[in-house]
Write a protein that binds this ligand. Structure first.
Ligand code: E4P
Length: 221
């Protein structure tokens, strides 16, 4: 399973890239609304930092025509743009056109809450589908179970759409979606930080340093 960072914050993105674990970025209108400055410049800078790795940017239009037009403008900003399209009939029409007409643009179908939605998105030509694990758990359904269902269906029917487990809320989600077969987990920076830590690691470092200090404090290694 690969990791994408779910963020539009340049500092977080630069820090996460320096860890060497990030294979892409997902953004959404809420994440972008937390940042300042020109939207186009922000998107261009994120894409530059990611080099050739995929950066998902979401359209705001609600008609397929509007989505396709918007996608054209976004795709012109950088080569590594992936167009994030909300699930629905208009979204499917846009995905079909963007993935089959002219200079094809990869699409990430977002706001997926059922296996049928994922299946339709894949058949329309989506490069990625994003089931929202945390938001499903919020309404007392099983977000990880949905990821498992979708990955099983895609494997069984030999569909090459990648499953991005989205709306990840904590490190346990990450482990669970990895076991469920997600190709990618898109994680907020705070979750990435939590994943790197363990109280026993901190305690271990503390003890090693204290023992060294007791007997060998003047030796330089
Ligand atoms: C995914 O692509 C979305 O940007 C994101 O994971 C949504 O997460 P949330 O439910 O925490 O807003």
């Amino acid at each position: 399973m690969k990791f994408f960072l779910d963020s539009a914050n340049l500092q977080e993105i630069e820090e996460a890239i320096s860890w060497g674990v990030i294979s892409g970025i997902t953004t959404n209108p809420t994440l972008v609304s937390k940042e300042t400055g020109s939207f186009n410049e922000l998107v261009k800078e994120i894409c530059r930092l990611l080099q050739d790795k995929p950066v998902s940017v979401e359209v705001l239009s609600t008609t397929s025509g509007g989505m396709v037009e918007e996608a054209g403008r976004l795709a012109a900003l950088a080569e590594n743009i992936v167009i994030k399209i909300p699930m629905g009939a208009e979204g499917l029409k846009a995905v079909y056109r963007l993935s089959h007409e002219g200079k094809k643009v990869p699409c990430n179908v977002t706001l997926v809450f059922s296996a049928n939605q994922a299946l339709l998105a894949s058949r329309a030509g989506a490069a990625y589908v994003s089931p929202f694990v945390g938001r499903i758990d919020d309404i007392s359904w099983d977000g990880v179970g949905l990821v498992k269902e979708i990955t099983n269906i895609f494997t069984c029917h030999k569909l090459d759409t990648y499953v991005i487990a989205a709306s990840i809320r904590h490190p346990v989600h990450v482990e669970q979606v990895a076991v469920a077969g997600a190709h990618v987990a898109t994680v907020p920076f705070a979750v990435l930080q939590q994943m790197s830590r363990h109280p026993l690691t901190d305690l271990g470092i503390e003890r090693f340093l204290a023992d060294w200090e007791k007997t060998r404090r003047n030796e330089i290694i």
